[in-house]
Design a protein around this ligand. Structure first.
Ligand SMILES: Cc1ncc(C[n+]2csc(CCOP(=O)(O)OP(=O)(O)O)c2C)c(N)n1
Ligand SMILES: [Mg+2]
Length: 372
């Protein structure tokens, strides 16, 4: 048998055991966390949830045009991942991108205004829900084409390697993206060229209305085991525990930063809402009991709040204050978005091509727009 090129595989389990946060808090990636950081994780997760709830309301009030994909239920993943990022680490994801944006430090104001299509938005109101970007925070979107972000994730990692920078690229995708050709091409090149990219499948069980089991051949070890075909490190992680997420991600990020090796991780999670807010039938392709079970037994925020209270890291009152502040911040962001102006018509062709906006630095030849 040929010796495997990659590091030993991390322990994998297809069906994660129920989270035990007090225990998981003592694992190597989490044991040294200060009380303030632990509270910050709670604040981060609850801010995402309240932002998403407020954006849902804004959609129902007719303030938001186009699609709206909510991250409610998956919050621990973005917060856990962002909490491990260092200066040269990058993040990119698909269209369910609000949680990641808030996790890397984008403000609710710029995110809400983007939903409203206003010029105060992070993409000046021209991107909408699926196209949040913050290059200053190494956050590269926000992509609507399923798996379209996966070659870009490889590219971010290639850039790091090319520039001799010690960092990694976190590239998120849904379980529905794993059968796309672009994803497999990305895995192949990432492994062949030893790129410091970590592909993170947020397996929420459904791609639109199709259950994951009906859309993907499901080997016993789960989706991440497909990495075997590319001789790549892989692991399966329980997304209901922010500590498990950190504990699973940290070795992969270290492997990328230290040895420039890619990984494929599968995080089990769940979304409460439909695929998008236009998915009115989301209770038809799954049972009420299934949704209720997650809410009662697996919700990452509830479990984390219980842990904070039980281990006396916050009091009941403090946890409520954090929640109320997040609600107020989300409400204020909707006011900000309402008051922000729409982008002016003459800006329609701006921010499309960088060279068009910076003609003095143009290097390529030929026309960028056909009507010049
Ligand atoms: C190439 C391509 N095919 C189809 C679509 C339509 N589409 C949008 S989201 C989606 C399902 C993706 O599900 P998943 O990857 O599990 O992500 P989740 O919505 O669960 O976060 C599909 C088929 C698309 N955007 N791009
Ligand atoms: Mg999915």
């Amino acid at each position: 048998m040929t010796k495997a090129k990659t590091e030993p595989k991390q322990k994998s389990r297809q069906k994660p055991t129920k989270a035990n946060l007090s225990k998981e808090a003592k694992t190597p990636a989490n044991a040294d966390l200060a009380k303030e950081q632990l509270i910050e994780f709670y604040r981060g997760m609850i801010r995402i949830r309240r932002f998403e709830e407020r954006s849902l309301r804004a959609y129902q009030q007719g303030r938001v045009a186009g699609f709206l994909h909510l991250y409610i239920g998956q919050e621990a993943i973005a917060i856990g991942a962002a909490s491990l990022m260092e200066e040269n680490d990058h993040m990119i994801t698909a269209y369910r991108d609000h949680g990641h944006a808030l996790a890397v430090g984008m403000s609710m104001d710029e995110c809400m205004a983007e939903l409203f299509g206003k010029s105060g938005g992070c993409s000046k109101g021209k991107g909408g829900s699926m196209h949040y970007f913050a290059p200053d925070k190494n956050y590269w979107g926000g992509h609507g084409i399923v798996a379209g972000q996966t070659p870009l994730g490889a590219g971010l990692a290639y850039g790091l390697k090319y520039q001799n920078k010690k960092g990694c690229a976190l590239c998120f995708l849904g379980d529905g993206a794993i059968n796309q050709g672009a994803f497999h091409e990305s895995l192949n090149l990432a492994s062949l060229w030893d790129l410091p990219v970590i592909y993170i499948i947020e397996n929420n069980g459904y791609s639109m209305g199709t259950s994951q089991k009906r859309s993907s051949m499901h080997p016993e070890l789960g989706l991440a085991a497909r990495a075997e075909a590319y001789n790549m490190n892989w692991a399966t992680i329980n997304g209901e525990s922010i500590f498990d997420i950190r504990e699973g991600l940290k070795p992969a990020m270290d492997l990328a930063r230290e040895k420039s090796k890619p990984s494929l991780l599968e995080i089990h999670t769940y979304r409460y809402q439909g695929h998008s807010i236009a998915d009115a039938n989301h209770k038809k392709y799954r049972t009420k009991e299934e949704i209720e079970d997650y809410r009662k037994n697996h919700d990452p925020i509830n479990l984390y709040r219980e842990y904070l209270l039980k281990d006396k890291i916050v009091t009941e009152e403090e946890s409520k204050e954090i929640d109320l502040a997040a609600k107020a911040e989300a409400e204020a962001s909707a006011n900000f978005a309402d008051e922000s102006p729409f982008p002016p018509e003459e800006d329609i062709l701006k921010d499309v091509y960088w060279e068009e906006d910076n003609p003095d630095q143009k290097l390529s030849e030929g026309r960028i727009f056909f009507n010049d």
